[in-house]
Design a protein around this ligand. Sequence first.
Ligand code: ADP
Ligand code: 5GP
Length: 193
Amino acid sequence: MTDKKGLIFIISGPSGAGKTTVIRRLLLEMPGLRQCITYTTRAQRPEERDGIDHYFVDEPAFTHLIEDNRLAEWAEINGYRYGTPRAGIDALTTAGKNAVIDIDIQGAAAIKAIYPEAVSIFIKPPSIDVLRERLGMRGETDRLDERLQRVTLEMQQAPRYDYVVVNDMLERAIDAVKAIIGKAEASVRPPGR
Ligand code: ADP
Ligand code: 5GP
């Protein structure tokens, strides 16, 4: 336990914008930052690990999580359900860790309503064409049209976020997010205290 509560960082952006790539690097390079792992009913991708990328559960198990009030928020995205465990966020922040959560625009609004002090960051692709290319690179032709339809809607929400970072050059985007996190930390924990 620590008397200093951790901060919450919400990261959103269209699928393929680079959220996972950016977050993986942040976790490697920022001590004290941990990801709040969310539940999903979608199938696990080959490179993913259960409990690290998501908790992968079936539909009945997800319904139980809702009924047991264990989710701070949940949303249906591209035909699958995703939800943030209440206990996941609280365990991290009370242990003094900063929590990063990769959630969609609805989830971001819900988390901000519960935790108004959370810092929200929108990762924007340089263009829709680049986004399409990145999803193709990842082999995601599944529901591609549906995913791209969501993009316009999601992009319209960008101004509601505390920060918008364009992920054109990866290193620059990572540095920008690190600077945002560093600034938020410094505002609650001035150096030398
Ligand atoms: P998201 O988590 O937002 O869906 P990912 O992080 O999985 O997106 O990135 C989608 C794809 O784009 C991956 O193949 C990733 O390697 C690639 N990618 C991410 N950022 C960049 C970048 N700045 N330049 C080129 N490719 C990128
Ligand atoms: P993916 O399937 O690529 O992991 O995630 C698809 C979308 O779901 C992304 O926009 C991601 O931010 C969002 N997402 C992941 N977990 C959650 C969650 O628990 N709640 C909400 N609202 N969105 C989530």
